[in-house]
Design a protein. Structure first.
Length: 140
């Protein structure tokens, strides 16, 4: 906004200051929200990294229990498993999106009393639907 033109056209200085402070407050609120979102994202990333490491350690413990001896860390390390998990995460997210889409499609077709198009269902009961729903919820 050109202050000169605004004052020339009759806008009062108080109105301009009020508008300025309103815009300034909105900008400060936006910055605070962005900082909060970034902090939450960083906290989530740290939690994912922690969980990934715990899972890698549990996989090693499981493998050692299976073979009955400690594994050579040069061949089977936590870091290696963490890398594998990181590589697999995009596939996991894609799989969860497929499950979510399928869950929505099944819910819609069930509410419309129709079978899903393109999916051949040979045996489908309410018990099956409950099992699928519980499985899908456990992935979220």
């Amino acid at each position: 906004m050109d202050l000169y033109e605004a004052l020339k056209s009759g806008t009062s200085a108080e109105e301009l200051l009020k508008t300025f402070h309103k815009d300034l407050d909105a900008a400060n609120d936006r910055i605070a929200a962005e900082k909060e979102a970034a902090a939450k994202a960083a906290e989530h990333d740290n939690y994912i990294a922690y969980c990934r490491k715990m899972l890698a350690e549990a996989i090693i413990d499981y493998a050692e229990a299976l073979v009955g001896e400690e594994l050579d860390e040069n061949e089977f390390s936590v870091e290696d498993i963490v890398k594998i998990l990181i590589d697999a995460e995009d596939n996991i997210h894609a799989m969860l999106n497929v499950y979510s889409t399928l869950d929505k499609a099944l819910a819609k077709t069930k509410s419309e009393n129709k079978k899903p198009v393109g999916i051949k269902i040979t045996h489908y009961t309410d018990d099956d639907n409950d099992i699928i729903a519980r499985f899908l919820k456990s992935l979220k």
